[in-house]
Write a protein that binds this ligand. Sequence first.
Ligand code: SD4
Length: 289
Amino acid sequence: AAEFPIIISTWNNVKANEAAWAMVQKTGRALDAVEAGAWVPEADPNEITVGYGGLPDRDGHVTLDACIMDEKGNAGSVTFLEGIMHPISVARAVMEKTPHVMLSGEGALQFALSQGFKKQNLLTESSKKAWLKWKKESKYEPKVNIERHDTIGLLALGTKGEVSGACTTSGMAYKMHGRVGDSPVIGAAVFCDDEVGGACATGLGEFVLKTLGSFLIVELMRNGHTPQQACEAAIMRIVKRYNYKEFQIGYLAVNKKGEYGAYSIQKGFSYTLTKEGVTKVYESDYYMK
Ligand code: SD4
């Protein structure tokens, strides 16, 4: 028998999953659940890779990427957005209230303000301090897992078994000003198709972009892969072509039966799963053993 509702998210995001679960109990909708889950790290000043408290780019700007996709194939996204606490909700508004999929930078901010979102300073004292310290050497070295990677990607099946996904991040710490990663790109960080299931990604976004990982995973599941096999195949695409030892990518996938999978390049990728109201964190299997 199919198992849903179900919530799965990247890294250790227990509170986010609990919020997503509470929401799916309330409205039944996977879309509401993934949005509610994303709000948790977005508003948390101690989460240094998402929203408020996120580490800035090399010029000291906290710039946000987010996307959301529902079971009907609707999608919305914001990139390079500054000063808004909940970019995932701006992405949802782009999806629901505009004829577009993606709004960027100043235009995304103007749209958010027109929708009643408030502009805030998202750079906390401690993230500013970390940036000023980094600036002394100014070396951009994304490190495997140690940045307390908690860009959140979430997948959910709602009470009708419908699939939705979301992703939100402040991107790689000390990136170039204007850099946009995989997180707001539909097909890269998130993809859902209600005939098949969904997938989401975290890690060094350039390699998710170059291989369009989430789209690939959903297509592999469509062609008969289990969620686990599909995540492994998507990691193998990266491993075959790139210098994978230098970085981390983690994928999650769920199919319409509520079966799920997780796989990463390196040790250290965890994910959070909620089924029947119980939330647990697991270590993902990985390639580099
Ligand atoms: C990015 N994929 O901006 C994001 C970073 C990330 O955990 O996932 N961090 O490339």
